[in-house]
Design a binder for this molecule. Structure first.
Ligand code: AMP
Ligand code: GLY
Length: 435
């Protein structure tokens, strides 16, 4: 039998983790990455093609007779890579352009949630400053103001006073500090409660849940400083926190029956079935779980943690999604805990330098149950591993419980160094301390 040839689009720690998992398949698939990184180069062939260059990707897939493509990052999905591949009869995993709007357009996703009565923060959309100010008067504080379009992760402001809120509205709607991304603003109720990540595989009709996880979005300890892509994750989340119920079986049922299933049903009703990874970010309010936002893809670093927990062959799951047979496939997760600590460049999420030599990955991986996933890493001309991005490495560990996994991960982190390396020392701490 010919070996499967698989193209994985993307080049972060998440794509290294997905490739790492797939490379363990007994069928020994041949892996390609576009563009990949120094980690993916260890398990496959990196292509000099950008994740968003759909024309070149199509050309490569046809010439090389690639059997399956995995579209991982948000931007090729938002550009409609899945639609383009399917037009040519090619096998690809991910949501269509229309379905990916759940992530690519806040206005689309908020209106979708309202239309289908899905639990989310109360909101209104405005383009007129006076109407927006009038609405503010009736709302309580703090209040969340979001530029509707993409604003490089800076478009969400939590205003503590009315004056601050008016100021923000004027900056966005009148002074246009986010340009046309701020032609409309969403004014949204502030939700109070812990924030968690949920993921589900979907074949458009049926779905299978991942364990829940917690990301750490801020750069600084105790959730301070600017937002990042994510600085560390733990999974699965415990049933109890501080002696109180946390992610209980009942809560998991509510998430499934009030959020995941109705979202997928509503997408089908609207004629845009969602096939791929549905990743809603949730806030657990005292009135139940509410949707903060949808992502239409695997999270990063969540996926680095998830791949350490997944027991079932990932290719089998992905093929079952494409073939609409997910219902028939049992998915197993290991009965252990896992975590990932992200090591980032000095200055991230702002400007940072590249090309710093990285030491100690081998030592770190000698520790038990450690895998170091590479993100912004490349090999220089002398063969040294050097930094090449904001989030450089994901140090992942498994353990019998969260405490053990975190202790192992931090021990491994202590073996690694590069100039300006920064990381959060408090990943999982809130949950650990409170237990
Ligand atoms: P977003 O870009 O929509 O993911 O928002 C960035 C961050 O702002 C989220 O991860 C939350 O921590 C916070 N946030 C956004 N919307 C709300 C809300 N309605 N209530 C409370 N926090 C929010
Ligand atoms: N970890 C956050 C994200 O992938 O969006």
């Amino acid at each position: 039998m010919n070996k499967q040839k698989i193209l994985i689009i993307g080049g972060g720690g998440r794509e290294h983790a997905i490739g790492w998992k797939i490379a363990q398949s007994k069928r020994e698939p041949v892996l390609y990455f576009a563009p990949g990184n120094a980690g993916t180069a260890e398990i496959g062939t990196n292509l000099d093609i950008k994740a968003t260059d759909i024309i070149k990707l199509l050309e490569f897939v046809k010439n090389e007779k690639i059997t399956l493509t995995l579209a991982i990052p948000d931007d090729p999905l938002a550009l409609g890579i899945v639609d383009e591949f399917r037009k040519d009869g090619l096998r690809i995993f991910g949501p269509t352009k229309a379905a990916a709007q759940l992530e690519s357009s806040k206005a689309f996703s908020k209106r979708f949630m309202k239309r289908h009565n899905l639990p989310t923060a109360r909101f209104e959309v405005f383009s007129d400053i006076n109407l927006a100010k009038e609405y503010l008067e009736k709302e309580s504080l703090p209040i969340v103001i979001k530029a509707s379009g993409l604003a490089f992760g800076k478009g969400v402001i939590i205003a503590e006073t009315k004056e601050e809120a008016v100021n923000v509205l004027e900056n966005i709607l009148v002074k246009k500090i986010f340009g046309s991304a701020g032609n409309e603003v969403v004014i949204e109720e502030f939700l109070v409660g812990p924030e968690i990540s949920t993921h589900a595989f979907s074949d458009g009709k049926n779905y299978k849940l991942f364990p829940t996880s917690e990301d750490h979005k801020k750069i600084g300890e105790n959730d301070t400083g600017p937002n990042t892509g994510g600085m560390g994750t733990i999974a699965p989340l415990p049933r109890q926190m501080k002696g109180q119920a946390f992610v209980t079986k009942e809560l998991l049922k509510r998430i499934e029956h009030e959020i995941i299933a109705p979202t997928l049903n509503a997408m089908r009703e609207d004629g845009i079935p969602f096939e791929g990874i549905l990743y809603p970010g949730l806030i657990l309010t005292k009135n139940g779980p509410k949707i903060l936002e949808y992502n239409a893809r695997f999270g990063d670093p969540e996926t680095q943690t998830y791949m350490r927990l997944l027991e079932t062959n990932l290719l089998d799951i992905i093929n079952a999604c494409i073939d609409k047979k997910l219902e028939e496939l049992p998915i197993k997760w290991k009965e252990v805990s896992a975590c990932t600590i992200v090591l980032a460049s000095n200055g991230y999420p702002g400007v940072y330098e590249k090309g710093k030599i990285i030491d100690g990955i081998e030592e770190a991986e000698k520790e038990s149950d450690i895998v170091v996933f590479k993100g912004g890493v490349r090999k220089d001309e002398q063969g040294n591993l050097v930094t090449n991005g904001g989030r450089v490495l994901g140090v992942s560990a498994t353990g019998n419980n969260l405490k053990e996994a975190l202790a192992k991960a931090y021990e491994a982190v202590s073996k690694i160094s590069f100039e300006g390396m920064q990381y959060r020392r408090d990943i999982g701490k809130k949950i650990l301390l409170l237990n």
